[in-house]
Ligand binder design. Structure first.
Ligand code: EPU
Length: 425
């Protein structure tokens, strides 16, 4: 198993390019199942999760061709299997995103239940409820969602009981080829939802309102071919901005979008960071100052994202003052707390709120990644810590951060990957 070794306490400086968004690329690749015509997708990030969804579609008979720049051409003109097996779903919950497209186009799908994970129980009841309202027959047997719609799906009003990102995406994808109109109420408003809708509209779908809490989908008979570029990754953007803030550095991020990280920029400005933005770039300069603590409470977009909570905690752990961080989306997303404590962070937990008393200096230590964003917070803490920090089980970070050590090295960080095997432990 690989780990990252970081020798911290170096202010990051320089420029890097932000990759395409993981949480946009995954639904967009899954949505390619909705057409038999060829679809070209660019700005796909080179990540384990993307490889997993490519394998999943490949097993179904979809042809996927990748060029050297990781642009993908997908052709779902010979789908022979309608299953998402446990072996793949257990490695990536987002595999459940094939449920809506398979049911919408073929009237059948057999998808393993994703189950819980390190950050919470994460049920999919809202996905299933919405599909049933659209006429799907669903049975959950032996850990599998067996869904059929022999006469195809029909439009329906789908009121979501809570805001769910992949739930909204599954219903939206299922509704594209359904007969009549579907209205999703209390829809998630994340930029990745809007990106998926834009992609589907490029292929001839009729979706309006994506990015607001009411999405209207008028079913069409079929989708045609098309090309689409995935939007930049706002969580990768936020993570590198914090890397600059935590090391009192100055960096410029290119190929990103300031408008989709507004809540993160607001919080970083509160820490004392100087921020400048253009259409597709963000510059953050700490002017060598120690950041000030900021209180954060996570909530669905456009508020502060749960996917940035752990990274913000790393920043607060060395900031001036005391802060509270409240997690409202997932019940168990604090696994990074005890790892950050190994570096000396002064954090206490009560219910869904962490209180963090900023200390002057973290000290490097061996740590263990428990999930994707938790592992990012450990890397950030390691960048600020004196001495050496190791982050074990780094496969978590490879699910969501393209070339992380290369990008950080480009910014002046002292970081490398090492294989436990070669070190004999
Ligand atoms: N929920 C239900 N029932 C459902 C669906 C969701 O109770 O049917 C609950 C969940 O358990 C959770 C809350 O609703 O407490 C929100 O979950 P949501 O469905 O929005 O999460 P998701 O769609 O499974 C996506 C991202 C996550 C991100 C969350 C929240 C993708 C592939 N994943 O997950 O990304 O944290 O939205 O913004 O888009 C990550 O990238 O590290 C990551 C975990």
């Amino acid at each position: 198993m690989d780990k990252l070794i970081i020798r911290g306490n170096v202010p990051l400086r320089g420029e890097i390019r932000i990759s395409g968004a993981k949480n946009s690329a995954l639904p967009i690749i899954a949505a390619s199942l909705l057409t038999s015509a060829p679809v070209r997708i660019s700005n796909i990030p080179h990540l384990h999760d993307v490889t997993t969804i490519i394998s999943l579609l490949g097993q179904m008979g979809v042809s996927l061709t990748l060029d050297e720049r990781f642009n993908i051409e997908v052709s779902a003109n010979n789908v022979t299997c309608f299953d998402a097996p446990y072996a793949l779903v257990k490695t990536m919950r987002a595999s459940v995103l094939v449920l809506g497209p398979l049911l919408g186009r073929f009237g059948k799908a057999n998808v393993s239940l994703p189950g819980g994970c390190a950050i919470g129980t994460r049920p999919v009841d809202q996905h299933l409820k919405g599909l049933q309202l659209m006429g799907a027959k669903i049975a959950v047997e032996n850990g599998y969602i067996k869904a059929t719609a022999k006469k195809g799906l029909h439009g329906a009003t789908v009121p979501m009981d809570l805001i769910t990102v992949t739930g909204t995406e599954n219903i939206m994808m299922a509704a594209v080829l359904a007969s009549g109109q579907t209205i999703i109420q209390n829809a998630a408003r994340e930029p990745e939802i809007e990106d998926l809708a834009k992609f589907l509209n490029t292929l001839g779908a009729k979706i309006s309102g994506a990015g607001t809490s009411t999405i209207v989908i008028d079913g069409v008979k079929e989708l045609k071919e098309g090309s689409y570029q995935v939007l930049p990754d706002r969580i990768e953007t936020g993570t590198y901005l914090i890397a600059a803030a935590i090391t009192r550095g100055k960096i410029k991020l290119k190929n990103t979008r300031p408008d989709i990280v507004a809540s993160i920029l607001t919080k970083l400005a509160e820490t004392g960071a100087h921020i400048e933005t253009g259409d597709d770039w963000i510059l953050l300069d700490m002017k060598d100052n120690r950041p000030r603590s900021v209180d954060v409470s996570t909530a669905p977009y456009p508020d502060f994202p749960t996917d940035m909570q752990a990274q913000m905690m790393a920043l607060n752990s060395i900031a001036e003052g005391t802060s509270t961080i409240t997690e409202t989306i997932f019940e168990n997303r604090f696994m990074h707390v005890q790892e950050l404590q190994r570096l000396g962070a002064n954090i206490s937990l009560k219910g869904n709120t962490a209180t963090c008393i900023g200390i002057d200096q973290l000290q490097g230590a061996p740590t263990m990644a428990t999930d994707l964003r938790a592992s990012a917070s450990l890397v950030l803490a390691g960048l600020a810590a004196a001495g050496e920090t190791s982050v074990d089980r780094i496969y978590h970070i490879d699910r969501g951060y393209e070339c992380i050590e290369e990008k950080l090295t480009q910014l002046g960080a002292r970081i490398h990957r090492s294989s436990n095997r070669t070190e004999g432990n």
